[in-house]
Ligand binder design. Structure first.
Ligand SMILES: Cc1cc2nc3c(=O)[nH]c(=O)nc-3n(C[C@H](O)[C@H](O)[C@H](O)COP(=O)(O)OP(=O)(O)OC[C@H]3O[C@@H](n4cnc5c(N)ncnc54)[C@H](O)[C@@H]3O)c2cc1C
Ligand code: SF4
Length: 330
């Protein structure tokens, strides 16, 4: 499979990248490590006339501590996250999520920004042109049918980032820039929930960095993922929990976030009611199971059926909560 023709620009400062994205608005896309974008372009699912490579923009790379927050530049490589003492010491859930992305060779080129900004996926969409020509174009391919849910009137493609649920559970915020403008929003606000266009960010905008608040005392986090092949695969479902306990080992604060369950990560809204004030032995995991099923809708558009993924979700959610329970009481 060949890449379509495009004009390649490689700026070395953020402002230049933003100017290029503005100048070629409408048919431009940023390129980070390319592990997601290049296959998508080879499939003919993205056909920009200009690609803005970000590799030379050194200001977008690096991990630093900044008044109670950890800042991770959008172009930071996954391999560099895995060797960061700050991340290893403070965010076990995030480290587990990074290790769950694809396979080690990809960590050397894949970035946190590219991971967050990857498009949603579907078994009927992420295929070669020849494969797709066998059936009418679906909604996401600008057609008027959904092959996953033939009676459906919308796209159910699945947002499959491993890092986004883990970062959302940790309360991360992101900075998005466009020429002359900058805004910082909670990561969960990046997602539209619309499978056709899963982000609230435009293609002329750039994710420049992620900020994670340093964890409180007696806190812990986890990330659990179900996939077909443990060596390399996207999540079929995942769950990330972040828990803060009181001195008596009762839950003071919890965020439970589900991944690969729809077109955006889902924050389990009922987690506080189920968990607040409880010790690990007092948690009603059956109630948790009922709630996580209610808050998601999974269809048959990944490698395993939606019904199987729905059955496994409570198990993954329970395991994530158990794994995030702080084990050391000070
Ligand atoms: C075999 C294989 C297995 C994979 N398995 C997994 C997996 O298990 N879990 C998982 O999460 N991912 C997986 N991926 C997808 C991909 O490798 C990762 O998500 C990776 O982190 C993407 O980062 P990248 O730097 O390569 O992004 P790129 O491919 O460069 O970009 C991805 C998307 O993000 C946009 N983008 C990149 N940077 C920015 C920015 N700063 N601002 C705005 N938009 C931006 C690009 O335009 C593009 O649309 C897999 C890919 C392959 C090929
Ligand atoms: S869920 Fe339906 S519309 Fe969306 S990509 Fe898959 S087949 Fe296409």
């Amino acid at each position: 499979m060949r890449l379509p023709r495009f004009d390649f620009r490689e700026p070395s400062v953020v402002e230049e990248a933003l100017s290029l994205l503005e100048e070629f608005k409408g048919s431009v896309i940023p390129l980070a490590g390319g592990t997601d974008l290049i296959p998508i372009m080879k499939y003919g699912l993205e056909t920009p006339s200009t690609v803005v490579g970000l590799k030379r923009v050194s200001a977008l790379r690096g991990i630093s501590l900044n008044s109670g927050n950890v800042h991770i530049g959008a172009m930071t490589l996954l391999v560099d996250m895995l060797s960061s003492r700050t991340l290893l010491d403070n965010f076990p859930g995030l480290i587990q999520a990074v290790k769950a992305v694809a396979a080690p060779p990809l960590w050397n080129v894949a970035t946190i920004g590219g991971n967050i900004c990857q498009n949603s996926r579907c078994l009927y969409y992420n295929q070669s042109k020849t494969w797709r020509l066998e059936r009418p174009a679906c909604f996401k391919a600008k057609g008027d049918v959904c092959h996953a849910v033939p009676a459906g009137r919308k796209c159910f493609s699945v947002y499959s980032s491993d890092l986004a649920p883990a970062l959302t559970a940790l309360g991360a915020t992101i900075t998005i820039r466009r020429k002359g403008q900058s805004r910082t929003i909670p990561l969960q606000d990046l997602f539209s929930g619309n499978g056709l266009s899963p982000f609230t960010m435009e293609k002329s905008e750039l994710l420049t960095g992620v900020e994670i608040p340093l964890p409180q005392k007696r806190s812990n986090s986890s990330y659990i993922k179900k996939r077909m092949r443990s060596a390399v695969d996207y999540p079929l479902i995942s769950a990330s929990a972040s828990i803060v306990c009181n001195e008596d080992n009762r839950i003071k604060q919890i965020r439970l976030v589900l991944g690969a369950v729809g077109s955006k990560p889902v924050i389990v809204g009922s987690a506080d009611q189920i968990f607040a004030g409880k010790t690990i032995d007092e948690i009603d995991f059956d109630a948790l199971g009922d709630n996580v099923r209610k808050e998601t809708r999974m269809v048959d558009n990944l490698m395993l059926p939606g019904s199987y993924r729905r059955q496994m979700l409570p198990v993954i959610a329970r395991d994530a909560v158990r794994a995030a329970f702080p084990s050391i009481v000070e």
